[in-house]
Every structure is written in C-alpha cells, then in structure tokens.
Write a protein that binds this ligand. Structure first.
Ligand SMILES: [Zn+2]
Length: 263
C-alpha cells in the first residue's frame, strides 16, 4: 500500500491508499473512524478488506470504498502476498502521478519513476505471452518433464497461467519496450491468459496468441503508464496501465503542451 492523500473535510475524514497485487493496483478509500484503523499502516503492509464496495472513480477507473459493514485486517497471517516482491510492482499514487513524456526524453534519470507515453505499437516479443505460476504464492513455477515445482511451495499440481509479454511503442521521437502484465496484457491481446495457454497447447506454437492477434495489436495507438526500469542497456516501462486514447483528445493535450512550452 501507498498513502495517497489525507483530507480533513468539514463533514468527516477521508484517507485514500493505493493497494496492489502483482496484477494491478486500486485505490481504497477509508472514511471517518476507519481512518484511525489504518493510521499505523506502513508501505508494504498487506491489507485484507471484506464487504467493501466498488465505485467508479472520479477520474475514471474503479475505486473501492469501505462502507459500514467493511472489515479490515492488517497483515493477515499466511497471506501469499507477504512473498510478493515489491520491487516488481509499479505502484504509483496520485501524488506522484505519471506525466506524459516523449520517448526520446526517457533516460536513466527516469529510472524508478512513473511516466506515461503514447504511441503506436510496433511489435511484440517473440516469446510465449503466458507463464505458469504457483496458484498459492503466484511465483513462476519451473517445469521439468511435465511436473511443476514452486521454489517456495514445492510441487504444484495445476499451475495457473498468467500473462506477461513486451511490446514496442513508438511515438515518433523514439521507441521503448513496455512489459504488460496480467489484465493489462490480456486487454491488448483480447484474450485471457488461460485462453492464450489453451491456444498454445492446441497449436503447439508459443507465438500463436500473438500471431493470431497481430492485426489487433500492431499499429494500435496506445497510452502506456508505468515505471521506468533499465533492462540490459536500454530503458523500459513496466506497465501499470494501458489505455486506447482518442486521437482527438491526444491532439488537444499536445496543443496544451505546446502552449505551455511557448508561454
Ligand atoms: Zn508457491
């Protein structure tokens, strides 16, 4: 979790936090006395919330609100999320909101920071877009002779397939690779990780899900948000969000950007 903002309104108190698992992140909103229940929460703590409700966020997206019936548990025992490597997450709060940047401008000074780029998808990695993961701790499992082993949990009967692949995005100033995880990858590909896995099994071709959907992916105008990391000698983006912006909206933003520059 990440503290996002703390407001003291006349009506009551509200505290937003950002929670994430390895697939996505979401904003959690706590009201009034519930704010006290999370006051000792630290970044990296595991929060379990039940009986909460989802609501459309104020800038689009979904938020989770805690009503009266909500139960909050901090660092519940035996949570698989304790094993989660936080450095793999691309958590960002509104206070460090991503700014739209030119791909050419992304260099080592952006490492670890959140950015947003918009451009055309020029390609996707030539590898399987899914990997087998442990259903208990969600780590990648190793396969040997049809048997799957998790380095934490041992033998895994039935792995769970998760999506992970890279795309190359070009905005005219340059190109960058972006890693798409979980739902973000599924959205662009138009299929779930399970469906992609089935397609690979049936066709015997690791690339089948990407090849079959290449018309859908290549040439698509996307906006990618995420954290910049260095991979080998180049900068990449670990995507936390993917959008398919309206080109009219984009040119409007571009116009505003230019206005700001020449002011
Ligand atoms: Zn495991």
């Amino acid at each position: 979790m990440h503290p996002a903002q703390d407001k003291d309104g006349g009506e009551g108190r509200v505290q937003n936090i950002i929670v994430a698992d390895e697939s996505a992140q979401i904003r959690l909103t706590f009201w009034n006395e519930d704010v006290d229940r999370i006051k000792d929460l630290q970044e990296g703590d595991v929060v379990s919330v039940t009986h909460a409700y989802a609501k459309e966020g104020f800038r689009g997206g979904v938020e989770v609100h805690l009503g009266r019936r909500a139960e909050i548990e901090i660092n519940p025992k035996g949570s698989p999320l304790e094993q989660l490597d936080l450095s793999d997450l691309s958590v960002e709060s509104r206070s460090q909101a991503a700014g739209l940047v030119r791909i050419r401008e992304i260099d080592e000074s952006n490492e670890g920071k959140s950015v947003e780029v918009s451009g055309i998808v020029m390609g996707a990695t030539q590898a399987s877009p899914v990997y087998p993961a442990c259903p208990s701790c969600r780590k990648k499992v190793e396969e040997e002779g049809g048997r799957f082993t998790c380095s934490v949990c041992g033998d895994v009967k039935e792995p769970e397939y998760r999506m992970l692949y890279k795309i190359t995005v070009d905005d005219g100033s340059g190109s960058i690779r972006a890693t798409l995880f979980g739902e973000t990858g599924e959205e662009l590909l138009g299929m779930t990780a399970e469906e992609a896995h089935e397609l690979i099994t049936k066709s015997g071709n690791n690339l089948e899900p990407l090849e079959r959907n290449s018309d859908r992916i290549l040439g698509k105008y996307v906006s990618v948000r995420g954290r910049v990391s260095k991979f080998r000698d180049s900068m990449e983006i670990a995507a936390s969000g993917l959008a398919f912006p309206d080109l009219v909206e984009v040119s409007k933003r571009e116009r505003e950007r230019i206005d700001e520059l020449i002011r």
